[in-house]
Design a protein around this ligand. Structure first.
Ligand code: FES
Ligand code: FES
Length: 163
């Protein structure tokens, strides 16, 4: 057993973990974070996606002990000051059906847009390739992310035009 400290959704949290406990198990079982889901438990579905130091990762494949000192963001931490443009777009477009995949998709897409505000369709599909969705057929998800990317493009153009 070892105590680790992570910055979880902006707050330092200390927790005692077993060397073989996954980040997913610690988040859900010890830290009260329920949005990362256990789908496959072996890195195939993306339902457990979280941001680790800003990068989308599958928390079922990462040992909690390895995350000591790092920043972890889950859906609980996204848009804490109000829903992000991406979250608003997903709601407006009624993109998800059962919603099981939604936390992982939102985090993967957020990581993409944070690094690349105007990704191409290919880049969106690539970024979301690890997030399985059994309901939507992916088109509404990809279209919503691209709609936000187009909006980012318009905002960037307006900023450039301002003196
Ligand atoms: Fe982690 Fe499926 S539960 S990828
Ligand atoms: Fe049901 Fe994606 S909306 S799995």
């Amino acid at each position: 057993m070892k105590e680790i400290a992570i910055r979880l959704n902006g707050e330092i949290r200390r927790v005692v973990v077993n060397p073989n406990e996954t980040l997913l198990d610690v988040l859900r079982g010890k830290l009260g974070i329920k949005t990362p889901k256990e789908g496959c438990g072996r890195g195939d579905c993306g339902a457990c996606t979280v941001l680790l130091d800003g990068k989308a990762v599958r928390s079922c494949l990462i040992l909690a002990i390895e995350t000591d000192g790092q920043s972890v963001v889950t859906l609980e931490g996204v848009g804490r000051k109000g829903p992000t443009a991406l979250q608003k777009a997903f709601v407006k477009n009624n993109t998800f059906q059962c919603g099981f995949c939604a936390p992982g998709v939102i985090l993967s897409a957020s990581a993409l847009l944070a690094g690349k505000p105007q990704p191409t369709e290919h880049e969106v599909r690539e970024a979301l390739a690890g997030n399985l969705c059994r309901c939507t057929g992916y088109e509404p998800i990809v279209e919503t992310v691209l709609a936000v990317a187009r909006k980012n493009g318009r905002k960037a153009t307006i900023r450039r035009k301002r003196p």
